[in-house]
Design a protein around this ligand. Structure first.
Ligand SMILES: Cc1cc2nc3c(=O)[nH]c(=O)nc-3n(C[C@H](O)[C@H](O)[C@H](O)COP(=O)(O)OP(=O)(O)OC[C@H]3O[C@@H](n4cnc5c(N)ncnc54)[C@H](O)[C@@H]3O)c2cc1C
Length: 282
């Protein structure tokens, strides 16, 4: 698509350089496919030199500029100890494969660009929200703030970013990366966009966290001190997801999304219950 009003491409990752009419440019797969007739400058962050993935005792820091291809490759190249301990890395290929995108898109589009686009079906939003990812945001005024990814995407194509704010990174805490997880995704067609994408997690202390994305306009997280019964889970789903929160577009009617969410949530609950008792009996 065209961008006839853009006059400059500026290479910077300094929010102080931002002014009204600017857009941060990462992989450009959204910006260049949607086009614009109002943007004046694109601020290209791809040369920022941020390390795509950094492992520490605290967890995994994913730079906003980390591409989907780099993230996908990570579990296969991570040190053996990290791979064995961080079982939730199993979610990485599942979420990357949830992109309905070509090889070209995979290799340039970024984790940050996916989250900042705010699509309900954004698989990087699903992955990082489900693992309690904390986003680091740099502001034009020179300050920084942190916010859970689950609170950063607030609606269909809407985020909690103020004008000019730049997503720098998302850190997945080690405790969440050590969790047992289960993943379910459903779309109307074989290669269609996700209509419901649910991730369940059981932490070391038994806490169960269910994250619903794609079916809802923004991520919804349910937390239980221990694995709930099916009845408890269903009750929380209907209590925490209002009728208007179910997403409605060509990729699925709200009623279908509501039904699939209930069904997939129960499958996740049952899978984690079964793997938990298997582990307990070893
Ligand atoms: C063929 C095709 C298939 C696609 N399939 C899918 C799909 O299945 N699921 C899906 O979710 N998306 C899909 N997309 C959309 C898009 O590719 C992804 O959302 C991608 O991850 C966006 O990343 P990007 O780096 O290309 O973002 P960009 O296009 O560079 O940026 C997207 C938006 O985010 C802003 N932005 C980017 N980085 C930052 C940052 N660090 N801080 C603040 N704002 C920022 C930009 O200003 C812009 O508004 C598809 C796109 C195409 C062209």
């Amino acid at each position: 698509m065209d961008m006839p009003t853009v006059s400059d491409l500026v290479r910077t990752s300094n929010p102080g350089d931002w002014r009204p009419g600017d857009a941060w440019l990462a992989g450009g797969t959204v910006l260049f496919s949607y086009g614009s007739d109002s943007l004046q400058r694109l601020l290209d962050i791809t040369g920022a030199g941020w390390e795509p993935l950094s492992v520490s005792d605290g967890g995994l820091e994913i730079a906003a500029t980390c591409t989907i291809a780099e993230l996908y490759a990570f579990p296969g190249t991570a040190p053996a100890g990290v791979r064995a301990e961080w079982r939730a890395l199993d979610l990485v290929p599942l979420c990357c494969d949830s992109f309905v995108a070509s090889f070209k898109v995979w290799n340039v589009s970024t984790v940050g660009g996916n989250i900042c686009t705010g699509l309900p079906a954004g698989p990087m939003t699903a992955l990082t929200a489900a693992l309690d990812g904390i986003a680091v945001i740099h502001s034009p005024g020179g300050t920084s703030r942190e916010i859970p990814v689950a609170d950063l995407v607030i609606g269909d194509g809407r985020t909690a970013l103020a004008p000019g704010e730049l997503l720098r990174s998302v850190t997945l805490p080690a405790a969440a990366l050590r969790a047992r997880t289960a993943f379910r995704r459903q779309s109307l067609t074989n290669l269609g966009r996700s209509g419901a994408l649910l991730i369940g997690r059981v932490d070391g202390d038994g806490t169960f966290v269910l994250t619903v994305t794609a079916a809802t306009k923004r991520p919804v997280q349910l937390r239980f001190a221990a694995l709930p019964t099916g009845v408890e889970l269903r009750a929380q789903l209907s209590e925490q997801i209002d009728a208007e929160l179910w997403h409605d577009d060509v990729h699925g009617l709200p009623e279908w999304r509501r039904y699939m969410t209930g069904r997939l949530a129960e499958e996740i609950r049952a899978e984690l219950a079964a793997s938990g008792s298997k582990e307990g009996s070893l």
